[in-house]
Design a protein around this ligand. Structure first.
Ligand code: GLN
Length: 207
C-alpha cells in the first residue's frame, strides 16, 4: 500500500502558486533551493539583482546567505529604497535566515524588530528540529538552522509564530523567537527550503 502523502507533499501536488511570479533576491546566498520549492509549487521564479526587476512581482523571497555580503550588494545596486518601498507597499515577502536579518532595525529597517546574528553559539552552530509554526497546519515543520539568527526585540505589530527553547546558551533565557509574521511579511531564522518544506512559501504567497 502506498503511504498517505505528508501535508507538505499534498501542498506540492496541488501546485497552488501556478500563475504567480515570485522574485528571489539573487545577490548572494541560497537562491536555488528557494527556486526549486517555488517552481514545484507552480510559480514562475524571477531572480532580482537590480531595482527594475522588482516590477510586476506577486511576492519576493529574501534568502539565507551572508547578510553582510547581501547588504553590500543592496547598496551597490541601489536596491535599499526600492526594497523598502515594495515591502512597505504590501508585497508578500518570505525572508529566511540572513533574509530575516536584512529586515531588522540595523539593516533595511522595514519591520520593527532586531536580530542577534549567529545566535545559537558554537555548539549549536547548525541544527535541525521539528517545530510547530502558527498558521502551518498538519505535521510540524522540519526546520534547518544554519548559523541562524534569533529575533531579540519586536514591536507590537509583529506576531511570533514559532520559537525554540534557548537553554544552555544563557540559563534562564526566554525561548528564542525564530519565526514572525508582520502583515505581508513572514520571516524565519531557519531554512524551510533546505528541507523541501513548501508550507512557509504557501503561508507567505498563497493568501
Ligand atoms: N550567519 C549569517 C548572517 O549573519 C546567516 C546564515 C544563513 O543565512 N544561513 O548573515
Amino acid at each position: 500500500m502506498t503511504p498517505a502523502p505528508s501535508a507538505a507533499e499534498a501542498v506540492l501536488a496541488e501546485r497552488p502558486l501556478t500563475g504567480r511570479t515570485i522574485g528571489i533576491l539573487a545577490l548572494q546566498g541560497d537562491v536555488r533551493s528557494h527556486a526549486e520549492v517555488l517552481e514545484s509549487l507552480g510559480a514562475s521564479v524571477k531572480r532580482v539583482r537590480v531595482p527594475e526587476q522588482l516590477a510586476g512581482l506577486d511576492g519576493l523571497v529574501l534568502p539565507g546567505g551572508e547578510s553582510t555580503t547581501m547588504t553590500l550588494g543592496i547598496k551597490r545596486e541601489g536596491l535599499a529604497d526600492p526594497l523598502r518601498e515594495a515591502i512597505a507597499g504590501g508585497l508578500p515577502v518570505l525572508a529566511t535566515c540572513a533574509g530575516l536579518i536584512l529586515l531588522d532595525d540595523d539593516h533595511l529597517a522595514v519591520v520593527d524588530l532586531h536580530c542577534e546574528r549567529n545566535a545559537f553559539g558554537a555548539q549549536l552552530h547548525s541544527f535541525e528540529c521539528d517545530l510547530a509554526v502558527d498558521g502551518v497546519d498538519g505535521e510540524p515543520v522540519h526546520a534547518v538552522f544554519i548559523r541562524a539568527p534569533r529575533v531579540t526585540r519586536h514591536g507590537a505589530g509583529v506576531e511570533v509564530i514559532a520559537s525554540v527553547p534557548h537553554e544552555g546558551i544563557e540559563a534562564g533565557d526566554d525561548p528564542s523567537v525564530v519565526a514572525i509574521r508582520s502583515g505581508n511579511v513572514i520571516g524565519t531564522s531557519f531554512h524551510p527550503e533546505q528541507a523541501g518544506e513548501p508550507r512557509l512559501h504557501m503561508l507567505a504567497f498563497a493568501g
